[in-house]
Ligand binder design. Structure first.
Ligand SMILES: Cc1ncc(COP(=O)(O)O)c(C=O)c1O
Length: 437
């Protein structure tokens, strides 16, 4: 029998494996707003797992749907076959997308959703006779998962530099982080709409007729909570329209109520051509990703192809029965409990709490939108990320799960949280900030 205490076999993702295995911290159970750690202590979840458990942990209707489906239809291929739950999940998801984005391609993760969206964009350009449009534009500091497509359009150095030349024909917009003008903004920062004009620079450099699509996160999460300046997304949309370039919103974290609406597109009133999603789609109970596609894009690819398969792309588990069942149950739960509205209702209280950390030791910026909070810390001289990592470890040991990226604390609690949880999260954080050097 393998020894459960032997941690050597599991090569952990995005982890300091040597540090972790010297001081492991494991979760053994979860319910509602809390995890239970291996030593039995309860941990308040201020990160929704990893930006994904929007309805709180271990929700019975989702568990029941998974259990029932596992006993009825464990698997059915969706290549040339399929099953009713996949169609129902697609229709249900399409119904809460911005108008017109109701054709759904399923994947199993955010990374796969991103790569699917990039491929769909390229296939569309070809299908409509614009095959010279092969260039993909991302943004500095963007995170679009870990597929080769995603890291190529992504803009985080550490995610790229170990992996060779990446996709060719990719360029990047400037990022929108401008603490000199926007530090301590509540909601959308006032300055920086003109940064969208960077797309005009790339059009002038490469020619619009070489550009297939632009991909951005409406709110950049993994890079440390960068909220779009007022007017920025609108301007990006207008420039894409002017040059007939597709706009993709990567909403892997912003969809499903995280910023108070079904999508960031709805929240910001800017409709892209494709939306990538994952995480909250199934409340993280079963892996699933999806791309919502504007109907005309779908129709162009499907109707302009020779008879037979139209898009040579898909995954064994696209629209898996358990994931489809979990997605339907999750969307039902969001609606039944009004969780998107709840996030919006709590936004002001949350914002007050986030900004109450202004003036605490090490804090150089606080930012918020929906139920997202970003608290940027001054790095320790010569030791970037160390202070934040120490906070993460101490918080866990004291019963609070936060996420840190670089020297930024990123918070994204389940949308079921109550005001008392908000109070607890920020009182604990305040204490920790005062305690660490
Ligand atoms: C915006 C965005 N895109 C893509 C991904 C990748 O998702 P996954 O880890 O499910 O592949 C993430 C994950 O955090 C994300 O935040």
């Amino acid at each position: 029998m393998p020894d459960r205490n032997d941690l050597s076999a599991f090569w952990m993702p995005y982890t300091d494996n040597r540090g972790y295995k010297a001081h492991p911290r494991q979760m053994v159970a979860a319910e509602g707003m809390h995890y239970t750690a291996a030593d039995g202590h309860r941990v308040l979840d201020a990160t929704g797992g990893l930006w994904c458990v929007n309805a709180g942990h271990a929700r019975e209707p989702i568990i029941a749907a998974i259990r029932e489906t596992a006993g009825t239809l464990d698997f059915a291929p969706t290549f040339q076959l399929a099953h009713p739950l996949a169609f129902e999940a697609a229709a249900r998801l399409g119904a809460i997308m911005p108008e017109g984005l109701d054709r759904i391609f399923f994947a199993n993760s955010g990374s796969e959703a991103v790569d699917s969206a990039l491929k769909i964009a390229l296939a569309y350009q070809r299908a409509r006779g614009q095959g010279s449009r092969t260039r993909l534009i991302g943004r500095e500091r963007g995170y679009h998962g870990v597929g080769f497509g995603g890291i190529s359009v992504g803009g985080i150095l550490n995610n790229r530099r170990q992996f060779g030349t990446l996709l060719t024909g990719v360029d990047h917009l400037r990022h929108t982080h401008d603490p000199a003008s926007n530090a301590f903004s509540r909601g959308q920062p006032a300055h920086g709409a003109e940064l969208a004009d960077d797309l005009e620079r790339l059009v002038a450099l490469h020619g619009a007729d070489t550009i297939a699509a632009v991909i951005v996160e409406p709110v950049a999460g993994s890079t440390g909570v960068l909220i779009p300046p007022r007017g920025y997304l609108e301007r990006l949309r207008a420039i894409c329209d002017a040059h007939d370039i597709l706009l993709i919103f990567d909403e892997v974290i912003t969809a499903f109520g995280r910023i108070g609406k079904a999508t960031g597109a709805e929240r910001f009133g800017v409709v892209p051509d494709l939306i990538t999603m994952a995480k909250g789609l199934t409340n993280a109970a079963v892996p699933m990703g999806a791309v919502a596609v504007r109907r005309e894009i779908h129709d162009t690819v499907v109707n302009n192809s020779p008879a037979g398969i139209e898009l040579f792309h898909g995954y064994t588990y696209s629209g898996h029965p358990l994931a489809s069942a979990a997605a339907i149950a999750t969307l039902d739960l969001y609606r039944a409990e009004g969780l998107f509205e709840r996030a919006l209702d709590l936004e002001e209280y949350w914002a007050d709490a986030v900004h109450s950390l202004r003036g605490e030791p090490h804090v150089i910026d606080c930012r918020n939108i929906g139920l997202i909070g970003g608290i940027e810390l001054e790095p320790r001289p010569g030791q970037p990320t160390k202070r934040a990592m120490e906070l993460f470890h101490r918080a866990f040991d004291e019963g609070l799960l936060i996420r840190v990226t670089g020297d930024i604390i990123a918070l994204s609690p389940p949308l079921i949280l109550e005001r008392r949880h908000i109070d607890e999260i920020f009182e604990r954080l305040r204490g920790l900030l005062r305690a660490v050097a």
